[in-house]
Design a protein around this ligand. Sequence first.
Ligand SMILES: [Zn+2]
Length: 426
Amino acid sequence: MTLLITNARIASENSPALVAADVLISDGKVRQIGQGLVAPDGARTIDARQRIAMPGMFDAHVHFREPGFESKETIASGSEAAINGGITGVVMMPNTSPAIDSATVVANVLEIAKRTARIPVYTSGCVTKDRHGKEMAGIDGMRALGVKMLTDDGDTTGDPAVLLRAMQYATEFGMFFASHCEVPELAGPRALNEGVVSYRLGIKGSPACAEEIIIDRDIRLAHAAGAHIHIQHVSSKLGMETIRWWKSRGDVRVTAEVSPHHLLFCDEDIGDFDTNYKMNPPLRTKADNEGLLEGLIGGVFDLIATDHAPHTPFEKSQDFVAAPNGITGMDTALVSLYHYFVATGKFGWDLVVKRYSAEPRRLMGLPVPSIAVDQAVDLILFDPEGQTTFSKEFMKSKSQNTPLIDQTLKGSVDLVVLGDEILLER
Ligand SMILES: [Zn+2]
């Protein structure tokens, strides 16, 4: 396939300025970038009409629910939701059934991904057997199949001695640890943030300290073991500050992620017990939203990740305390980041490309795509003048548990090209 994209504006992680240019791609590689390029014989031309060209996003925290919970999502439907949102690579979390805690399950998941997904799907592996927090998982076997990230996501690794031992063991193999931070005894039923809103609704809340204590514990363990620790879905300002303090010391390798929903929404948005606002860690306060944005702009957060967590309408229709935690994110992430932050001048496309495309791939030790001559094609076109309505028909995820359902936001993902294939065109 030979494709000439004319009148694009190219975004990169290195500069806030967009570069106007035509881009010629053929046989999966970027061949030429410049002004007034002429389409070779047989080439197709797409007029980008000032749309923004950038590399595809990479989501390092998604729940694809296969094996075990295929009514919520499958690897096939999840990866289509990713493409729908301009995401061209993902890392699955291991809280499936069975949990991804051995070479056998990893091999099974990677085989399904190879057969059914149109983008690269990587998987993390559990730190402990069945995520029970007691006994080390089959780490060496998973490593042999390419697993890099170890996490008991969904829960904190219960026994710190087991986590420390796993860190000492797996760090030698170049693996790293990703922590879901939560003291279960403090978090209680995990319904929502403890504060004014939880008191008003009369529901036992989960205090931010339940998360902040484990952020500190797990970085301390990594410090002791010489391990690389990645802190997942940080939801509180003090959590962000804890990570900033550890990073400023410079003697432990710590990275961290923030999710669009923790930047966008707070506990007051729950309103009349809307379970689409229920996730773990919970939405905290407006001051936390502001603290997290400060952390993203200031580089405390290395990456943006959605924690895409699909659940069926039936499950989410239960009462607020009984309904499962999680919201979907991949269909909506890029458009919502544009609508709420880029279009409002809070940050530029360079931050989006750096934090949602480049850094997550660096975390995983993968090549980082860019729109440059001789690079493999991994390209999306984003229309800042367009708009997207997140209707049920638009969503490619099997589940639609997001507060953005049926909302219309500015911006749209119009084209996704990976290698020699157009994965999406609108
Ligand atoms: Zn989690």
